[in-house]
Write a protein that binds this ligand. Structure first.
Ligand SMILES: Nc1ncnc2c1ncn2[C@@H]1O[C@H](COP(=O)(O)OS(=O)(=O)O)[C@@H](OP(=O)(O)O)[C@H]1O
Ligand SMILES: [Mg+2]
Ligand SMILES: [Mg+2]
Ligand SMILES: [Mg+2]
Length: 444
């Protein structure tokens, strides 16, 4: 059994080390590094013991990552909190009024004023907060449709929505602009998110509204922001404004359960309805913060708390989640996989990266996505969720067991077949083996 010598860790880490955190180190003879989970080099608690004596050879002393990226994480969480508030307002408006503010893009997917407004707002906040460093952002939306002469009403709505949100910024600890942003400034903020990523340097990755279909249906959606440095996701922030009090509600359509179910609807101020999850790579922790702004009365109950993946290893007790739309992931293939590994529960079909949140929080054990051949997964659909699950103790790879590659532009280049995220290594290995066994006979 390999031995992890406590003395080779920095003093700060020595004192804060817990069993769960140790799963976040990788080990080879003389060096312990924070996990990037290359293949299966991750070692789990059961695979080594902790010794208090001197290390065998001259070890590398680990530095704490506590300080690094703290300023970025702080701003990112606040920006996502603001974005969640913006989205809640727009979603209520969409459901109660009209659909005129929902547009179809060239690929027939949807975009709404919330998508553009969140992108503009977060872009503005990041640029203002890190003015000294040039801020590079990869994001989903562009200004093409918004800049057309016939899009004046749409653009006006976006400008208004952005300004309403920025006016509330101080409640989230962010400075408002000195005057409302003009149309051209809003367009510029959206346009500025034109980075194409890559293997070196630092860039933010933003999906302003992930699961736009869920959003317009009054259901689940997420705001996802990540920071990538030298090809690695170092921060992930995931806002899930509609995440319900009880996990069973995740699979219900919001309006459906509001109208038809006898279940008590989630209270707007309750801890579990809506939150922001976040994690810093290598910290061994993922955190959940309820939605702000904080009501003064609830300040104490609104401090962040850690989340952990589920400890369930028995497939029969595991829940797997997947996209709602068959067009986005093969339900029949995942049903076959689930059956062959012994998963017996019905799949939890949920829009957006809320699926990553469900695994990170321990509400589900597995997330699988197998898009049709030819579809290339985008980095903004996975970056934030990946680091959050990993830091909460889980595993995220492609179907070949390789880590997702965020270093090659806007797509997850080289992705082998699909994405598999699991609470634990054992479940993950079982699914990877099942994919290999059934892939050739699948029609994917
Ligand atoms: N054909 C196809 N195959 C796979 N994936 C696709 C496809 N088309 C789009 N997308 C991306 O899927 C994102 C939505 O994923 P979801 O998990 O929310 O899907 S689902 O609506 O629950 O079915 C969605 O993110 P948003 O556009 O941010 O909503 C897209 O980036
Ligand atoms: Mg989209
Ligand atoms: Mg998306
Ligand atoms: Mg989106």
């Amino acid at each position: 059994m390999p031995v992890l010598y406590r003395s080779i860790l920095s003093p700060q880490l020595q004192s804060s080390l817990t069993c769960r955190q140790i799963t976040h180190f990788t080990f080879n003879q003389t060096k312990v590094t924070f996990s990037s989970f290359p293949n299966y080099t991750k070692i789990s608690c059961s695979m080594f013991s902790i010794m208090e004596d001197n290390p065998p050879l001259t070890p590398t002393i680990l530095e704490s990552t506590e300080e690094k990226y703290s300023a970025e994480l702080d701003v990112a969480v606040k920006a996502v909190q603001m974005a969640c508030s913006l989205c809640q307002r727009v979603q209520e408006g969409l459901i109660s009024k009209s659909n005129s503010l929902v547009q179809s893009k060239d690929d027939k997917s949807l975009v709404t004023i919330a998508d553009w407004s969140v992108q503009a707002t977060i872009s503005w906040v990041l640029s203002e907060s890190f003015a000294s460093k040039s801020v590079s952002i990869v994001a989903e939306e562009d200004v093409e449709a918004l800049s057309k002469p016939e899009a004046t009403v749409l653009l006006d709505s976006v400008v208004q929505t952005v300004n309403e949100c920025l006016a509330e910024a101080p409640q989230f600890g962010i400075k408002s602009p000195i005057r409302p942003l003009q149309k051209e400034e809003v367009l510029e903020a959206i346009r500025q998110c034109n980075s194409t990523g890559g293997p070196s340097g630092r860039f933010w990755v933003l999906d302003p509204v992930d699961g736009t279909l869920g959003f317009v249906r009054g259901d689940q959606y997420a705001v996802a922001l990540a920071l990538v440095e030298d090809g690695e996701v170092v921060l992930g922030v995931l806002g899930c404004p509609n995440y319900p009090l009880r996990k069973e509600w995740l699979s219900y359509h919001n309006r459906y359960y509001r109208i038809l179910s006898k279940l008590t609807p989630p209270r707007p101020d309750s801890w579990d309805r809506g939150f922001v999850l976040y994690a810093k790579k290598g910290s061994g922790k993922a955190w959940m913060q309820p939605l702000l702004p904080q009501s003064m009365k609830l300040v104490e109950s609104k401090s962040p708390r850690p989340v952990y993946v589920s400890l369930v290893e028995d497939p029969a007790l595991a829940t797997f989640c997947e996209p709602v739309e068959r067009a986005n992931s093969s339900h029949s293939f995942t049903a076959g996989l689930a059956h062959s590994v012994g998963v017996r529960k019905e799949p939890l079909r949920v829009y957006s990266m809320v699926k990553y949140a469900a695994v990170a929080r321990g509400d589900a054990e597995i997330f699988m996505k197998f898009a049709r051949s030819g579809y290339k997964e985008k980095i903004w659909d996975h970056a934030a969720g990946t680091v959050i699950i990993q830091e909460a103790g889980g595993v995220v790879t492609d179907a070949g067991g390789q880590p997702l590659n965020f270093s090659n532009g806007i797509y997850l280049e080289g992705l082998d077949r699909g994405i598999i995220a699991c609470a634990g290594v054992q479940l993950h290995q079982k699914i990877i083996r099942a994919v290999d066994a059934s892939w050739d006979s699948s029609c994917l």
